[in-house]
Design a protein around this ligand. Structure first.
Ligand code: GDP
Length: 334
């Protein structure tokens, strides 16, 4: 494979080169990994010039309907739109929540759009890592609006929130008890909440849900004091509320850029990402060391049988790991 040619085609914005590059970084083959590393290093100076937007919501809330309409709206305004999915459910169910049906057909036919399903068969950590790298590739290929879509189940939302500039939570027009279902941690990371399907019979319920959400958000303490999380009524089907979503994103990005918070968050995300890769690597080092992994299994049993506490067990594992480092032998040789 000619990496230099791939890089040139990528920088020219060729969609096939972008698809090929993402396949390369998703590959587990050690030779491909090395090529992917070279490619990523080569394109790094051309990355960063985008707005990265996360969108999450339960299956059926209308994410793909909305992203299609919103993507076409962005293209009309001269943007190039990439849509990436983070869906670790394929690992558990064998099928993917996001990828099975034909989604966003009209958007996918547009030259200014690039749509990529979630990498499959990996842990959330693995999916997240490859999605972050795909963001760089999309940016190098000239996509200036990057949408990362995820299902509203479990940890994946928090993971996506940690790789984007702005995180949008999409809700059904549910009020009262049904509203309680939103996890607090997810509300806290939402920079805006979209209530979709605010149309026909749902309008009244949607307005009530908006009021209740605004009250709930009023109680939550946000980390940045300059921004009150807005709740926006949308009908993706009737293409209403799209303008307001766009102007909210625009307002948020301008505000964060002028205060310096935009860059600061990106830098923090990069450093956090570095450490999460280190932590993952350390864990697999521990696991690949026969002596330490056998001690770890003993400690797991000791914790299960309440013979020791989790933190004492962890300290013991770490001290034995340190010992093996001091013995001079590389710890991964066992
Ligand atoms: P996803 O699973 O979150 O991607 O949801 P989809 O976009 O596939 O939409 C699920 C269903 O909701 C489909 O039948 C859509 O036609 C419908 N839907 C999506 N947006 C709207 C909307 O704004 N109003 C109404 N009434 N239905 C919608």
């Amino acid at each position: 494979m000619d990496i230099q040619k791939l890089k040139e085609d990528l920088l020219k914005g060729k969609r096939r080169a972008l698809a090929k590059a993402i396949t390369l970084i998703e590959s587990k083959n050690p030779h491909h990994k090395e090529l992917a590393r070279k490619l990523l290093e080569g394109i790094l100076p051309y990355t960063g010039n985008s707005v990265r937007i996360g969108i999450s919501g339960v299956p059926g809330v209308g994410k793909s309907t909305f992203i299609e309409v919103f993507g076409l709206y962005l293209i009309e305004r001269g943007h190039r739109v990439a849509v990436l999915a983070v869906d670790p459910s394929s690992q558990i169910t064998g099928g993917s929540v996001l990828g099975d049906k034909t989604r966003m057909e009209e958007l996918s036919r547009r030259e200014e759009a690039f749509i990529r399903p979630s990498p499959s068969g990996d842990s959330l950590g693995g999916v997240a890592r490859r999605t972050r790298e795909s963001i760089f590739l999309c940016e190098a290929a000239g996509y200036d609006m990057i949408i990362i879509e995820t299902v509203g189940v479990g940890q994946s939302e928090i993971s996506v929130a940690s790789m984007v500039d702005m995180f949008l939570l999409m809700q059904l027009p549910n009020a009262g008890d049904e509203l309680q279902g939103i996890k607090r941690g997810v509300m806290e990371v939402a920079d805006a909440i979209i209530i979709n399907k605010a149309d026909s019979d749902n309008i009244k319920r949607a307005e009530l849900a908006k009021k209740q959400l605004e009250n709930a958000l009023g109680i939550l303490k946000r980390q940045d004091k300059d921004w009150q999380t807005p709740v926006i009524l949308v009908s993706a089907r009737e293409k209403r509320g799209i303008d307001e979503v766009f102007s909210t994103i625009d307002r948020y990005v301008k505000m964060r850029k002028s205060s310096g918070a935009f860059e600061k968050k990106r830098k923090k995300q990069s450093v956090d990402w570095m450490w999460s890769v280190v932590m993952e690597g350390l864990k697999s080092l521990l696991e690949s060391n026969e002596k330490i992994s056998s001690i770890a299994r003993d400690m797991e049993n000791a914790v299960i049988n309440q013979m020791t506490t989790p933190s004492l067990a962890a300290e013991y594992i770490l001290s034995r790991f340190k010992e093996s480092l001091c013995e001079g032998g590389a710890p991964w040789r066992g």
